[in-house]
Structure formats: structure tokens, C-alpha cells
Design a protein around this ligand. Sequence first.
Ligand SMILES: O=C(O)[C@H](CS(=O)(=O)O)OP(=O)(O)O
Length: 268
Amino acid sequence: MYVEVIATHQQVSKDDLEGKFVVVIDTLRATSTIVTALANGCQQVFPVATCNEAKVLSTSWEADRVLLGAEKRGHPIPGFPMGNSPRSFTPDKVAGKTLFLVTTNGTVALQKAHSASSVVLGALLNGQRVAEYIVEQEPEEVVMLCAGTQGHFSMEDVISAGKIMGHIWDRRTASANELAIAAFQLYQVNRDQLVPLMAQTAHGQSLLAQGDGDDLDFCLQEDLFPVVPQQTLSRVRLLAGYGRNSPYGQKENSGSCGISWHGSLGNA
Ligand SMILES: O=C(O)[C@H](CS(=O)(=O)O)OP(=O)(O)O
């Protein structure tokens, strides 16, 4: 297995991802939000790039089954009551609903991955379960596509990739590109201080400035939701057998948000 971490979705084209096994990561906040919504009972999510697209697509569903969520550069959008705060996607709001979500970076990265053969969504909230799924599937090549922030490297996405890399290496050998190795090291060194570290980053600072500091704490919890969301065509659902209510998921979701991991570098 070869694992490649890519720092921003702007570094790849749809063609580059064609036929690949891709993990899209946008820890602050799109993939954390989608993981949370699905784990809390949302039926399915359509990540879309524009508000217009979300409105047009949503008209095909019964109005009382639809949720509209959107933000642009961290700001709420009129007509999209759900925003992009994972903490607002509680079971009472999302159970049985179809969510159309528009965000600045994450949903654009997810749309770019439409050409991939398999697309799963990763975050710190579900990183270990995603790694287990990758190991079980044994793809020859894995691309961890970090959404980044407006074309720039995002520490939180790369650290999440490093966590997933570590869980893969804990279970099997795999070769990796240099960013994957760096991501692994970054996670290892900082795993006990994620909140203060992320509070220094550009995205952390902007969340704090807009009053969403609690999202930072929420999104930096590890393995709160042992689920694997999978994007098929344009829709994201929990992978059967890897959902919150699977026996596997229940067993793992023992209430601890922390992990116990003592991985070592695998051989190429
Ligand atoms: O909602 C977010 O936190 C970001 C907005 S931005 O990066 O601050 O512009 O969107 P996302 O697509 O989830 O990275």
C-alpha cells in the first residue's frame, strides 16, 4: 500500500483522482460536520459547491425532510439555517433528514473527488475507524486529500491525516509520501496538545474570532464517532457495517474520546 497526503485540493485535478481510493479531510469543519450529522441520524448528505445548486437540488425532496447548511469564509448565509457548525447537527435536528451542505473548502474538495473509485470522509472524530476501513479494503494506493483553507495548508487537516497514517502503520506496513511522514510526526508530537496548537492556527483564530471556539474543541475530539461516511456519486451516507449502530461501532464507541495508540513506522 502506498499512501499519499496532499495538502490542498487545489493541488490536484479531478483527473488526478480518477479511479483512486480517496479520503477527503476537512477537520475544520466540513468533514467533522458531515461525520457528526450522519452519526446523529442524518440519512444522507449532498456536499455541494454553491448555494444555488443546493437550493435547486433540494427541491426534489419533501421540504420537511430537507436541511440546508452553508457558510462562506466562515460567515452564515441567509436561507441556510444550519450553517457549518458540527455542534448544531444534533439528533433532534438531523434524524432522518437529507442535508445539502455548502462550505468554502470541504464540499468543493468532495465534489472534486467525484472521479475517484472510492471516497470516504475523514476527521479526527472518526480517524481510527477510517484507518481500519482502509486496512480492511487494502487498496494499492490511498490519497488523503486535505481540503486546506482557500488554497493554503491547514494544520488541522494534515494532523488528521497523520493520525490516520499512524493507525494504518499500527496495523500494516505501507509506504508513504513525505507529507504523510511529516503528518504522522506532527500528530505524534502534538496529539496531547491539539487544542492549544490549533488555537494558534489561522483557522483556529478565525473560529475563535467569530465566536465558534467551541467548534474547535468539538472537532479536535478523537474517535468520538466510529463511523465511515462514504460518498457515492454525489451523496454521502454511512457505510453499511461501519455506522454508529453497527455492532462494531457500538463496541468501539465506549464513551472514551481518547485513543490508546503506540504505533511504529511500517516498512515500505
Ligand atoms: O466552515 C469553516 O470553518 C470553513 C470556512 S473558512 O475556511 O473559514 O473559509 O469552511 P470549510 O469548507 O469547512 O473548511
